[in-house]
Design a protein around this ligand. Structure first.
Ligand SMILES: [Zn+2]
Length: 350
């Protein structure tokens, strides 16, 4: 009896140590849609501030609506929520709230997505969006020491002409934007549709990334690599449908920005225990952990790490490897990467 009790208490201690270790582990986020950090509380506050009517009566009602059956059912609610974002200060407040969470979760570098078309299509000017986001990121650098980058995504359910128009709008703000991406409904909107836009974006000096192989087929991963010439694949978990692809992703160290809680919420996997991220890590792929749209999917960076560890029991070195992979995959200079590696090393040594 005493032995069992002792064992239980050791287990509990281990669990607590692991939670603390994960909480304090330096993290790097590479797949985060800033519009997806809009918490119901802020949705209501901004709706009131801006005189926007929401189709919900309470924050609880909003949360209750977050039961998704697939990617599209989420996107419908996501675009509706974004309607409360109208002024530069709104985008500042939204981004700042996310950065405070980063600070709590020990995120030391983040590369965030924004969807200009979600706003410009409603008549909100491009510069209103970018100026609010940039101001918050600058403040987070000063106040929390969090470095960052911005990636502008094209909505793949809209047409090529709209993407070209968005690219033109972005050119005066090129110094603020490191890359272009592709998000929204993957099914029915293959990479080929945006081949020419990505070509122009790369000529303008933007690095390319794309969502592929989340709900869509393996061919979307191949086409993102070959036609869009991406430097990272966002999600990419369907790569396991093609063994040759898995081997080549491991050899090339092509990063996959994986979002575990998102994948469960949108039913890409039924349960976290079935998620393939740890298997891919152990096969040598450059996989990273990210929160995607944390206000909608039930958790920020620490929550995602905890959820994966809870079901897959990782060693400390494996947990740290996710950060190392994200540093390797980030769009910063070698010198900046080394600074982040030094911070991780100091943590592991301490
Ligand atoms: Zn995403």
């Amino acid at each position: 009896m005493t032995e069992i009790l002792q064992e239980k208490s050791v287990c509990l201690q281990d669990k607590e140590t692991s939670v603390n270790f994960i909480q304090q582990l330096p993290k790097v986020e590479l797949h985060l849609h800033i519009e997806g950090t809009l918490e119901p509380e802020m949705m209501f506050a901004l709706a009131e501030r801006n005189g926007v009517t929401l189709p919900y009566n309470s924050e609880e009602e909003v949360r209750a609506a977050y039961q998704f059956s697939n990617l599209q059912s989420f996107l419908d609610i996501y675009y509706q929520g974004a309607n409360v974002l109208l002024h530069e200060q709104d985008f500042y407040d939204l981004t700042w709230a996310y950065l405070e969470r980063c600070h709590q979760d020990n995120v030391i570098h983040t590369e965030i997505f924004f969807d200009p078309q979600t706003h410009t299509e409603r008549g909100v000017p491009f510069e209103v969006v970018i100026n609010g986001i940039v101001r918050a990121l600058d403040d987070a650098k000063d106040k929390f020491g969090i470095s960052s980058g911005i990636i502008m995504c094209f909505l793949r359910h809209l047409d090529e002409a709209s993407a070209f128009e968005t690219l033109d709008q972005a050119l005066p703000f090129k110094h603020h934007i490191v890359g272009v991406g592709l998000d929204s409904s993957e099914l029915g909107h293959p990479p080929e549709k945006f081949r020419r836009v990505f070509e122009k974006a790369r000529q303008e000096g933007f690095i390319a990334v794309a969502h592929a192989g989340e709900e869509g087929p393996v061919s979307n991963i191949y086409d993102s690599l070959e036609l869009l010439k991406v430097s990272r694949i966002d999600h990419g978990v369907r790569c396991v449908d093609d063994e040759e692809l898995v081997t080549s992703l491991a050899q090339s160290r092509m990063p996959l920005t994986v979002c575990p809680l998102s994948n469960i919420k949108l039913k890409v996997f039924d349960k976290m225990a079935q998620h393939n991220i740890v298997d891919l890590l152990r096969k040598g792929l450059c996989v990273t952990i990210n929160s995607d749209d944390p206000a909608y999917f039930g958790g920020y960076m620490t929550d995602n790490f905890l959820a994966v560890d809870h079901c897959h029991h990782l060693s400390r070195e494996e947990l740290a490897q996710f950060t190392l992979n994200a540093i390797e995959a980030s769009f910063i200079s070698e010198e900046q990467k080394q600074q982040l590696v030094d911070r991780l090393d100091a943590y592991m040594a301490g």
